[in-house]
Design a binder for this molecule. Structure first.
Ligand code: ACO
Length: 320
C-alpha cells in the first residue's frame, strides 16, 4: 500500500451520443422558442441518446473512460478504482461503475457509484483524492455519465429544454509532488432544499421536477460560497486561477457566479451552448475542450464548482 502525497488529474476523455437536438425541435411540440431557450439559458443544442437497451450510462461512460485511460498511457488493468457519478444509473445495482469495470476489463479495480446529481463529478474527484492519499491505489478513474433524456417530462417546457446526455472521465493519479494536483476541495449539502429539484425513485410519475427560480438563486449563492472556501483553503488568489470551469447549467448562473467571484470572462469556460446541462458529465466535457486546445500545461490552475439536486454543492482547486 503506497501513500501518495498528492493526486493529480493526468488525462480526460468524453463521449456524447451522435443524435443532436436543436432548440427549434422543441417548437414542434411545446409552447417555446429557440429565442427563449437561447436567451434564458445559453443552450442551443444537446445530444440525446437513443432509447435502446444498449445505450445506458455505462455505455457512454465506458467510451469516455477508455479515451481517458489511453491518454494517460495506461491499460485497463492499471486502474485501481472506478468511481462513477450519475443520477441516471443503469440499475439500482449493480452499480454503473461495476458495469464500466466489466466492460473495460479493469479487473484490478474496486468500483462504486456516487449520487450527488450535477455536483457528482466534484464529489467523485474529492473521494478519489482521499482514496489515493490514504493508499487505496495509484490510478483512480472518475466518470460522470448521464442519460438524462429518459428522466425528463417532455411536456414540461421549463425542464426538458435544459438537459442533454453525455459522459466525461478523468484519470486521477497518485504522485509525490506537493503543491500539485487536487489542492483543496469543499463539499456542502442542504437537504432541507431537496424539494426544489427532485427525481423520485418510486411512484407513478418518475420524471424530474424543478423549481427553476429557486435552484437558480441557491446555485449562485452556494457555488460562490464553495468557491471562495476552496480558494482560501488552497491559498489561491484570483490572479492564480487560469480557468474557471463551472457546472454547465445555465449561462446566466455561470455569469452571476463569475461576477461574484470577480473572475474575468476570458477565464470562464462554457460549452453548454452545444451540450445543455449534462449533469455530472458537464465539467469533464468542458475540461476536455480546454485540454484539446493545449491550454492545460504544467502549472495551470483550475477552479471547478458545481451544484445539483440534494441540494449538493462542491468546489475543487486543481493544479495540473
Ligand atoms: N419557453 C418559453 N417560456 C418558458 C419556458 C420555455 N422553455 N420555460 C418557462 N417559461 C416561462 C414560464 O412559464 C414563465 O412564464 P410566466 O411568467 O407566464 O409564468 C416565464 O417563462 C418565466 O419563467 P421563469 O421560471 O421565471 O424563467 P427563468 O428566467 O428563471 O428561467 C430556467 C427558467 C431556465 C429554468 C432557470 O430558472 C434556470 O436555469 N434555473 C436553474 C436550473 C438549474 O440550474 N438546474 C441545475 C441543476 S439540475 C440537477 O441537479 C439535476
Amino acid at each position: 500500500m503506497t501513500n501518495f502525497k498528492s493526486a493529480k488529474i493526468v488525462s480526460v476523455g468524453s463521449y456524447v451520443p451522435e443524435n443532436v437536438m436543436v432548440n427549434k425541435e422543441f417548437e414542434k411540440f411545446l409552447d417555446t422558442s429557440d429565442e427563449w431557450i437561447t436567451t434564458r439559458t445559453g443552450i442551443r443544442k444537446r445530444h440525446i441518446a437513443p432509447r435502446d437497451q444498449l445505450t445506458a450510462a455505462s455505455d457512454l461512460g465506458s467510451r469516455a473512460a477508455m479515451v481517458a485511460i489511453e491518454r494517460a498511457g495506461l491499460e485497463p488493468g492499471d486502474i485501481d478504482g472506478i468511481i462513477c457519478a450519475t443520477f441516471t444509473p443503469d440499475n439500482f445495482f449493480p452499480s454503473t461503475a461495476c458495469s464500466i469495470q466489466a466492460r473495460l476489463g479493469c479487473s484490478s479495480a474496486y468500483a462504486f457509484d456516487v449520487s450527488a446529481a450535477c455536483a457528482g463529478f466534484v464529489y467523485a474527484i474529492t473521494i478519489a483524492n482521499g482514496l489515493i492519499l490514504s493508499g487505496r491505489g495509484k490510478n483512480v478513474l472518475v466518470v460522470g455519465a448521464e442519460v438524462i433524456s429518459r428522466t425528463l417530462d417532455w411536456t414540461d417546457r421549463s425542464t426538458c429544454i435544459l438537459f442533454g446526455d453525455g459522459a466525461g472521465a478523468v484519470v486521477i493519479q497518485g504522485c509525490n509532488d506537493v503543491g500539485q494536483g487536487i489542492l483543496a476541495t469543499h463539499l456542502a449539502s442542504d437537504g432541507s432544499l431537496g424539494n426544489i429539484l427532485e427525481l423520485p425513485a418510486w411512484g407513478e410519475k418518475r420524471t424530474m421536477k424543478m423549481k427553476g427560480n429557486e435552484v437558480f438563486k441557491h446555485a449562485v449563492r452556494m457555488m460562490s460560497e464553495a468557491s471562495i472556501k476552496v480558494m482560501k483553503c488552497s491559498g489561491t488568489v484570483l490572479d492564480d486561477i487560469n480557468f474557471f470551469i463551472p457546472h454547465q447549467a445555465n449561462i446566466r448562473i455561470i455569469q452571476a457566479v463569475a461576477d461574484q467571484l470577480q473572475i474575468p470572462v476570458e477565464k470562464v469556460v462554457t460549452n453548454l451552448e452545444h451540450y445543455g446541462n449534462t449533469s455530472s458529465a458537464s465539467i469533464p466535457l468542458a475540461l476536455e475542450e480546454v485540454w484539446n486546445k493545449g491550454a492545460i500545461v504544467e502549472g495551470t490552475r483550475v477552479l471547478f464548482t458545481a451544484l445539483g439536486g440534494g441540494i449538493a454543492v462542491g468546489s475543487a482547486m486543481v493544479q495540473f
